[in-house]
Write a protein that binds this ligand. Structure first.
Ligand code: G6P
Length: 651
């Protein structure tokens, strides 16, 4: 989804901004742009293409004006040449179109007519039509179709009105009375009339030493440097420069200058400024480097053994055969009082929740299920005070999940987070929970975060089971099984070339089925999701038992089925499913930890046998590899599938 970056300090702002935008590319975008202050004027560059195109455009322009030279590698930005005018303040943006098609005019930053104000914005302004009409009626010519442009004009008008009032009252300048707050005040006043979600950064020609930022529903994080300050929508854009960050809360604005910053409330508490303690980001620039890998998805698939080790580290209690989850602020008695567990998430986080629900039911014998957070938030859910809700999110910023949490809290529900990004909105809103410890995940398609979600839910299920009826012996078996997982994932990764060969064999299919039952069912759903999102092959998941109630009609030689066969007491049933499909001419790829008869399937992908309850965690991995190599064979842009974003911070 859209990305924001801003800089004020001593460096040349352009390379910092371009590098930041490059780091945000993974979120998904369709156009990009930046604005810097140069010789007291705004210099705006935009493109309907990629960040690399933006960099080329800037470099070309600088060269043409003889002010800069050099071709920098991707992400390194234009290199100012001798005599170049250095811009030390600026803002940049990668846009994901909401209002208006993705073209250069609609790309951010947007400016007012006089070129005084530049704005970058994430989110959606819901009363944009009304604001745009008001502006047009007052004679403003809007050049783009965006909601954001209205903000630039409104802020400029507010500042102009302030300047006029100041002159009338005989004040020297509006700022003289209020220090540096004139711009911030204008932004706050304008936002009072704005409905919707935003994270935004404002640059004003008349305030060259500062940027004003505001947040309501879209993440904004400040990065603190030595006599320089950064702002971004995602720490990925900052970690190259600083690991000290401040997360802005919803309803807050801030003014940032090279040497300091202050925050203020957007809700009328004039001048209210919360004391902010910087947080150290648990990642560094190296975590975002590709290294030997062709793309982030492949890198992240291969990071899974280490990610799993981190998730388990310090959390397995061998002595009492249970899990230690210090982030959950429920004691044993409170945990015992939980009568139901419900996982809420979107996309892969929802599928991970389905695995979690199964684990909780099996190990703790508490009714559990999962629901897409996007449905939950809209359907006026019945919230039971004895249900533990678990909000699942890699990014911790997914709008639908955050809204579901807020709805739950309004209704007095108990909710904990299961998030990967420390300091993210969902984690903070929940107040307690489990961090996934997967490390930064860049590829749109979730792999290591999903695996760590499922492993963390096994820990939660183990803990809840052990405060209830799960025996110490069973607890020991699960603890040992969890310890084995990282090594077992490594064994699956070692067989990547065989799985790739299977993927290449079937990549030409237009449609595929993913079939599972009970433990295999969430795995089948996530497998189908993975294939469709990165390869664009139509894939559907069905419960094995449901095949005969409809989907069997679609079985043909052109419709391969991936059938999940874990080592449980349903192996015979799953074998008979494979036979039914093949009897109707459908090719079958069996993914199995059991021993299936030779020749039963057209291709077999073998998964190491694990403790039966934990097998769904492992089975995801070969399906990721299968989807990855099918997409690679089809020449897809694996890390940035069309129309998708890593983090969906709007509805
Ligand atoms: C988007 C991504 C999915 C992801 C989902 C939830 O739809 O494309 O890959 O699973 O958001 O994201 P979250 O950050 O909340 O886990």
């Amino acid at each position: 989804m859209c990305g924001i970056v801003g800089y004020v300090g001593k460096r040349d702002a352009i390379p910092v901004l371009v590098e930041g935008l490059h780091r945000l590319e993974y979120r998904g975008y369709d156009s990009a742009g930046l604005a810097v202050l140069r010789r007291g004027r705004l210099a705006v560059t935009k493109t309907a293409g990629r960040v690399a195109d933006l960099r080329e455009k800037i470099a070309g322009r600088e060269k043409a004006t003889g002010k800069a030279t050099g071709k920098a590698p991707p992400g390194k930005g234009a290199v100012p040449g001798k005599g170049a005018v250095k811009s030390t303040v600026g803002i940049g943006h990668t846009r994901w179109a909401t209002h208006g098609e993705p073209n250069e005019t609609n790309a951010h930053p947007h400016t007012d007519s006089a070129g005084r104000i530049a704005v970058v914005h994430n989110g959606i302004i819901e009363n944009a039509d009304q604001l745009r009409e008001q502006l047009t009626a007052s004679g403003v010519r809007l050049v783009s179709d965006t909601d954001t442009e209205a903000l630039a004009h409104l802020i400029a008008a507010e500042l102009a009105a302030g300047d006029t009032a100041g002159d009338t009252a005989g004040d020297a300048t509006a700022d003289a009375a209020g220090g540096d707050v004139a711009l911030e005040d204008a932004v706050v006043r304008v936002l009072a009339a704005v409905e919707g979600a935003y994270g935004l950064v404002v640059l004003d020609v008349a305030h060259p030493d500062q940027l004003v930022v505001a947040r309501n529903g879209s993440p904004i994080v400040l990065g603190l440097g030595e006599n320089e300050m950064f702002v971004a929508s995602d720490v990925a854009a900052l970690v190259r420069y600083t690991r000290q960050v401040i997360y802005l809360e919803d309803g807050e604005a801030a003014t940032i200058r090279a040497s300091d910053f202050h925050t203020t409330s957007l809700n009328g508490a004039a001048g209210a400024s919360a004391e902010k303690t910087p947080t150290m980001v648990d990642a560094d620039a190296g975590d975002y480097e590709l290294g030997e890998f062709a793309d982030y998805m492949s890198k992240e698939i291969h990071e899974q053994p280490d990610a799993l080790r981190r998730a388990l580290m310090g959390r397995l209690d061998e002595r009492f055969a249970t899990a230690r989850l210090g982030g959950i602020s429920l004691d044993a008695r409170q945990l015992r009082g939980i009568r139901q567990v419900k996982f809420l998430g979107c996309g892969s986080a929802y599928y991970a929740g389905l695995i979690g629900a199964q684990l909780v039911e099996e190990l703790a014998r508490i009714p559990a299920d999962a629901e897409p957070a996007s449905e939950f938030r809209y359907r006026s859910p019945v919230v039971d005070p004895d249900t533990l809700y678990v909000a699942v999110s890699q990014s911790g910023e997914t709008s639908d999940t955050l809204m579901a949490v807020q709805e739950l809290k309004r209704k007095g529900g108990q909710v904990m987070g299961a998030v990967n990004v420390v300091g993210s909105a969902i984690g903070r809103e929940c107040g307690h929970g489990i961090f996934l410890h997967a490390g930064p995940e860049v590829a749109v398609a979730s792999t290591k975060a999903l695996t760590n979600m499922a492993a963390n839910f096994a820990l939660l299920a183990l803990l809840m089971g052990r405060v209830r009826d799960l025996s110490a012996a069973s607890g020991e078996r699960i603890v040992a099984g969890l310890r084995n997982l990282p090594g077992q994932v490594s064994r699956i990764l070692a067989a990547e070339s065989e799985i790739a060969a299977v993927a290449h064999r079937f990549a030409g299919a237009d449609h595929m089925f993913f079939i599972g039952r009970v433990r295999g069912w969430p795995v089948a759903r996530e497998g189908a999701q993975k294939l469709k999102e990165i390869s664009y092959v139509h894939a559907e998941a069905y419960q094995a038992g449901e095949l005969k109630h409809g989907p069997l009609a679609l079985i043909s030689p052109g419709m391969p089925s991936v059938v999940i066969v874990p080592s449980d007491d349903l192996v015979a049933k799953n074998i008979s499913t494979i036979e039914q499909i093949r009897a109707r001419g459908g090719p079958v790829i069996a993914v199995t930890s059991a021993s299936v008869p030779d020749g039963l399937a057209d291709a077999v992908i073998t998964v190491p046998r694990a403790e039966p309850e934990l097998e769904p965690i492992l089975f995801n991995v070969p399906l990721q590899i299968l989807a990855y190599h099918a997409a690679a064979k089809l020449g897809r842009d694996i890390d940035k599938p069309r129309n998708l974003a890593k983090s969906v911070t709007v509805e």
